[in-house]
Design a protein around this ligand. Sequence first.
Ligand SMILES: *Cc1c(COP(=O)(O)O)cnc(C)c1O
Length: 359
Amino acid sequence: MSETSPKLRAELEGIPTYKPGKPAATGGPVAYKLSSNENPYPPLPGVLERVAAASATFNRYPDMACTELMNELAERFGVPVSHLATGTGSVGVAQQLLQATSGPGDEVIYAWRSFEAYPIITQISGARSVRVPLTPGDVHDLDAMADAITDRTRLIFVCNPNNPTGTVVRRAELERFLDRVPSDVLVVLDEAYREFIRDTEVPDGVELYRERPNVCVLRTFSKAYGLAGLRVGFAIAHEPVAAALRKTAVPFGVSQFAQDAAVASLRAEDELLGRVGSLVCERTRVVDALRAQGWTVPETQANFVWLRLGEQTVAFAQACEQHGVVVRPFPGEGVRVTVGETEANDIFLKVAEAFHKEL
Ligand SMILES: *Cc1c(COP(=O)(O)O)cnc(C)c1O
């Protein structure tokens, strides 16, 4: 037998692995996970019931067309079903977008630092990542991103609000940017945290999509709707982008549990958005407290805060962990901390206060 291993695509070499937020430690006195921007509230009883009911039929494949969910989304957003595509989380949909648009020789532009899935899925596609640094205020530099467009550009991610900084781009600057992007380059507005936005100057991507065939909006049920474990997200895009998404979908990728839970969540939206409102209040409390302690915190419109700690990043994350909260360090850059349960936020604030005094 030969000793050579199966040939794998060269593009896979050196792909950074996606780092999931560290789980909360078990065995300690308290342990809170503030590392993955999850919703701290447990599933609503009505949503749990629908998922339990779906479990009676899991010998069958799910509805491949996600009919009920698609109809619900079409009505809610006022878009035709043909402009919708679902996927295994919005990261799954983002990966399909790359499959549909980009390959070796092509370029994909995104801000950096931004969502860590972008470099991974871009590299898997074989396309080249073009990273455009955030401004000193940790905001997308849209002018520089437009300047970075070449004949090879196929796709541009705009993460709004940006993960991990929480910062936003507003209507006028985003429209000016979109006006500069050639109509054959796809702009993906990743709005995973849309429901947490309170800044009225931040446009709803769905409004921008209506007039612009090269704009695609990504949304997810993982954050505000609390379904991270079920893996369901969706895109709103014109033909032929939406059609390409249906072609690149993993067959039956979105489980019946996910579909039914998503429909139930949309119907329980008042209650879920009430929870989002509470988290937004907590966000204000956390940011105000941090600033009172002396920290510089960028204005966040998401369910997390960003502390640019530089070389102190890992030490800070360790201090948090010692006190029972797990945060997300980006070594050498900063720490992203999810706004979670009040008790968890209190522990984080205590650690931050003591840490700032030592700086
Ligand atoms: C969490 C997140 C997503 C959503 O991920 P899912 O795959 O839907 O769970 C997408 N984009 C960004 C920027 C995120 O932070």
